[in-house]
Design a protein around this ligand. Structure first.
Ligand SMILES: Nc1ncnc2c1ncn2[C@@H]1O[C@H](COP(=O)(O)OP(=O)(O)OP(=O)(O)O)[C@@H](O)[C@H]1O
Length: 359
């Protein structure tokens, strides 16, 4: 699977731009703020229907313009596919495959397996549990559309249950029947999501460990630990036990929407006890494990976006990446870098075909 062409209209700082890609390596080089990351983000948009960097969709439209269009030609399973993602101010985003708009974006998720490695991944360490849940969910959803559907349903019921809790508090009433229905629904979806997260991590963690070992070459002991209320009790019991607390908070305090994936070094949080270098290695191992996992499960080499990665890696780690490129581990690569000479030297050493785009 690879991208042949990409056209951008009014996407972030680009009025109009077009790219014909190499089947293997594509590098975007240029000075800070020129738009290298924006091109990678446009490619990310094609896979996930949203930006990796800016969650407010409308802010991805070029300042002063009314719409953006990202138009790409993709080669997958010997077929040429056209994917177009567009947004007009005041309207819903549209995602089309071969001219036909998706009713639900979730139907598209997984069609273009893609992994991004970016300095912004640091959010996974420094931000709250939501970012790590989203990471888990996005990996599982790329391969399991039922999981994504269950997650969407679960979130809807949480919103309804929270609204009901608020209504009880404001009106001093209590509708046990409706609450029971919501509890049953959350229990059903929650149980399945919990099981799938557990199953996923059983397979993912060993892959992560192998990559971490390979990158650092050390005996450093790091752990990914899944934390969930559901390890203690089933969700129905938890919801029933915590009803007084939930009524006071107007909020559902237990469930898989509170799960976390703890990042640890020597059994302590890496956020507090990992050096910057250790944190970077951890994140790269995590993303390479995501790549490996998606590849194994989907049978397709995912597109890999390396945002500014060479800036963050020492020579040994760059050599490791080059080795992976040469061993045909990766499929199509998109790289952004501020140093054209450094980029060219690195990609030349891979003995693969490449294109460099000077922005
Ligand atoms: N909606 C928008 N309209 C116009 N310009 C935008 C919009 N969103 C972002 N930009 C501009 O895009 C530029 C940033 O682009 P990008 O992050 O791709 O840079 P980069 O080349 O990767 O830079 P660096 O080397 O610093 O990482 C900034 O100048 C920013 O103002």
């Amino acid at each position: 699977m690879h991208l042949n062409k990409l056209s951008l209209f009014n996407y972030k700082n680009f009025s109009e731009a077009g790219f014909d890609f190499d089947i293997k390596i594509n590098c975007f080089v240029g000075k800070n703020g020129i738009g290298k990351t924006n091109v990678l983000d446009a490619i990310y948009h094609l896979a996930y229907g949203k930006s990796y960097f800016n969650p407010l969709a409308v802010q991805n439209i070029k300042h002063g313009e009314e719409f953006f269009v990202i138009d790409a030609e993709l080669e997958k399973n010997d077929r040429t596919e056209q994917i177009v993602c567009s947004l007009k101010k005041g309207q819903k985003k549209v995602l089309k495959r071969n001219g036909k708009a998706y009713d639900k974006f979730s139907d598209h998720i997984g069609f273009i397996p893609l992994v991004i490695i970016s300095p912004a991944d640091r959010d996974l360490i420094v931000e709250g549990s939501e970012t790590r849940r989203k990471f888990m969910d996005s990996v599982i959803s790329q391969l399991d559309s039922t999981y994504l559907h269950q997650l969407i349903q679960y979130q809807k019921v949480i919103v309804q249950r929270n609204a009901l809790l608020k209504y009880f508090a404001l009106n001093h009433t209590f509708d046990n029947d409706t609450l029971s229905i919501y509890n049953e629904q959350l229990n059903e979806f929650g149980k399945s999501i919990f099981e799938k997260r557990k199953e996923f991590l059983e397979e993912f963690i060993p892959i992560f460990n192998v990559h971490h070992q390979a990158i650092t070459g050390s005996e450093e002991s790091v752990q990914l630990v899944y934390e969930s209320h559901l390890f203690e009790k089933d969700l129905l019991t938890l919801l029933q036990e915590n009803i007084n607390k939930d009524r006071a908070l107007h909020y559902t305090s237990s469930g898989i929407h509170k799960d976390d994936l703890s990042f640890e070094i020597d059994s302590h949080p890496i956020k507090k006890f990992g050096s910057q270098g250790q944190q970077k290695s951890f994140l790269i191992a995590l993303k390479l494990a995501q790549f490996e996992f998606l590849k194994k499960q989907s049978g397709v080499k995912p597109i890999l976006l390396f945002d500014d990665i060479f800036d963050k890696l020492d020579e040994t780690r760059v050599a490791k990446i080059v080795e992976m490129v040469n061993s045909e581990t990766f499929g199509q690569l998109f790289i952004s870098d501020t140093h054209p000479e450094r980029t060219e030297a690195i990609v030349k050493s891979t003995h693969q075909t490449y294109k460099i785009f000077n922005l």
